[in-house]
Design a protein around this ligand. Structure first.
Ligand code: ACM
Ligand code: ZN
Length: 564
């Protein structure tokens, strides 16, 4: 009996060494997968990956793929020139023209630029795409399809995959203002994003509690504005602090390094300088830019601060244009985020400079003005909200002169949207819907579905710091549908560029914790961003998750093991 048992074990071991099997049940699910599980192509060590050596991007993608196959299976593939016969082939193809006679180049949509096909058949694995971005997404698909066990070969069922993302903007925000995260960690974060097909890294660089972006014109801004004296560790009736100075900022060279690293993974970096609220760290360095003149400490507790940039001081706009100018020098992103959220108007209402500016511009309260909403948000159209719109307008013009579009949080609707503003809707979807109805572009990031600073499990919501938190479980996040026909016509729906998950870090100080918050929720978010609604099925997603978790383990990514 014992011998039979040993024999069976030996067989299992032999099988696991020689014949691991790939599965295309990956996350996010490709658009179309036609699989034939009766026939297999065998991938083995020494086989080649053929690619266009004259193309630097194809070369890099081939190298990535070589590394990922090795990481997952231990199999070493060889890189070889495109004209050589090889079982793995990466090829760029020209999009078909509408008519043969047409001389016009074919204009691809953003989604088509990331589309690809992957065919596995008797000759091997053929990946084709119009652009390198598509080859990269395809290489990630192949990576995720591979079994994560060392063996000498992998059997890949014959398949025809045709894939393209649903949305062109698939973002994740990391708040590096409340807590500072190293360049090394941000690269790991970008690797995790790329694994999930995300293509926009929203880098929240400034906060009341810390200025993290080097501005050469103002050396003290990052040097002094990045350091708070202490941090709050608990608050009930009294606030308790740790009394440990906390700081850190990114040099422009480091930012450029991040931009390059992200671009190699087909991720655009959207930098955010949050203004005119959330600016207390800047006010610490330049108290003359506040309505009261200060002094202002770099904030040491969380929440919405009433100290904001003075909207009536001409120096404010000079300061902002200098900062956004350097931001444009460093970040090639077509989108620049100007924040705009949670700017209480308490100071502006009493400030002679702000009121003089309001008078000069002829701004008035609207009769339907409902005054200020909670948490420093502004509802209604008060003259002060319009003053914020005036600042936004100035910055929008400035950014346009640099060829960039402005993104702002949905509060920028309050005083009236500037001409080309893109709205990031965080207080639910209503701001996004209102903006789309005005034909503005929109990114949906509604807090109840996409705020991953919130707990993902019921049990975690009971910890003292998060008692008032709502839960953003994987299933909740997965259930988000940004295009509801009752809310938006087809034309309005076309204004929705995409969806974003936000990781705020008031209570997230360490890389491992940030990853725990992110994963596997990003897997759920990735299907909101990538898949069509008819493809989505949470129970099916859960069945596909264990394979992805094995890859998380392989990549050293911490994640939450429970899923609700
Ligand atoms: C935000 O969560 N204040 C954008
Ligand atoms: Zn003022």
């Amino acid at each position: 009996m014992k011998q039979i048992g040993l024999f069976i074990l030996a067989c299992i071991a032999a099988v696991s060494v020689y014949a691991q099997r790939a599965s295309y049940n990956i996350i996010p699910l490709p658009k179309e997968v036609k699989v034939d599980t009766t026939q297999f192509f065998t991938l083995k060590g020494g086989q080649g990956i053929a690619y266009d050596e004259s193309n630097a991007e194809c070369t890099r993608i081939a190298q990535f793929l070589q590394g990922w196959v090795k990481e997952a299976t231990g199999i070493s593939l060889q890189l070889t020139a495109a004209d050589k016969k090889a079982p793995v082939r990466l090829s760029l193809i020209a999009p078909a023209k509408k008519s043969k006679k047409s001389k016009q180049p074919v204009e691809l949509t953003e989604q088509q630029k990331e589309s690809y096909t992957m065919t596995v058949g008797k000759d091997g694995i053929l990946i084709s795409a119009y652009e390198p971005a598509g080859l990269f997404r395809a290489a990630q698909t192949l990576r995720k399809s591979l079994p994560i066990v060392k063996g000498q070969s992998v059997e890949l069922p014959y398949v025809q995959i045709t894939d393209q993302p649903r949305f062109s903007y698939r973002g994740v925000l990391l708040d590096c203002g409340r807590h500072f995260f190293s360049v090394e960690f941000i690269k790991q974060f970008l690797d995790a994003m790329a694994l999930h097909g995300c293509n926009q890294f929203h880098w929240h660089l400034t906060e009341d509690q810390g200025w993290r972006f080097e501005v050469k014109a103002y050396p003290d801004l990052a040097k002094k504005g990045s350091v708070r004296e202490k941090s709050i560790i608990a608050s009930s009736k009294v606030r308790l602090y740790d009394n440990i100075p906390y700081g850190g900022y990114y040099t422009q060279d480091e930012c450029r390094d991040i931009v390059r690293y992200a671009a190699e993974r087909y991720i655009n970096v959207v930098p955010e300088i949050d203004m005119p609220g959330h600016m207390q760290s800047a006010l610490h360095v330049f108290p003359n830019l506040g309505c009261t003149g200060g002094p202002y400490p770099v904030a040491t507790h969380w929440g919405v601060m009433r100290e904001v940039l003075c909207g009536g001081n001409p120096e404010t706009l000079n300061f902002l244009k200098t900062v956004f100018g350097e931001l444009c020098d460093v970040f090639p992103s077509p989108y620049i985020h100007i924040g705009g959220d949670e700017c209480p108007k308490e100071r502006w209402k009493k400030c002679p400079k702000c009121q003089a500016k309001i008078k000069e511009l002829g701004l008035t309260d609207d009769p339907k003005d409902t005054g200020e909403g909670g948490r420093g948000s502004q509802d209604g159209r008060s003259a002060e909200n319009k003053l914020q719109t005036y600042i936004n307008h100035e910055i929008e013009q400035f950014l346009a002169s640099r060829g960039r579009s402005l993104i702002g949080w949905d509060e920028i609707l309050a005083g009236g949207l500037t001409d080309n503003a893109i709205v990031m809707s965080w207080r639910g979807t209503k701001g996004g819907i209102a903006a789309a109805k005005q034909k503005h572009r929109v990114i949906m990031s509604p807090n109840v579905f996409s705020y991953i600073d919130h707990p993902q499990l019921k049990d975690l919501s009971k910890t003292p710091r998060t008692t008032d938190s709502y839960i953003v479980s994987c299933s909740k996040m997965y259930s988000f549908e940004p295009l509801v026909p009752e809310e938006l016509t087809k034309e309005e729906g076309d204004c929705i560029l995409g969806v974003q998950a936000n990781l705020w870090t008031e209570h997230v100080a360490y890389p491992e914790h940030a990853l725990f918050q992110l994963l596997p929720r990003l897997g759920a978010m990735s299907e909101v961003q990538w898949c069509n609604p008819e493809q989505k099925d949470f129970e099916d997603w859960k069945k596909r998750l264990p394979q992805l978790k094995k890859l998380y383990d392989k990549m050293g990514l911490v994640y939450c093991n429970e899923v609700e």
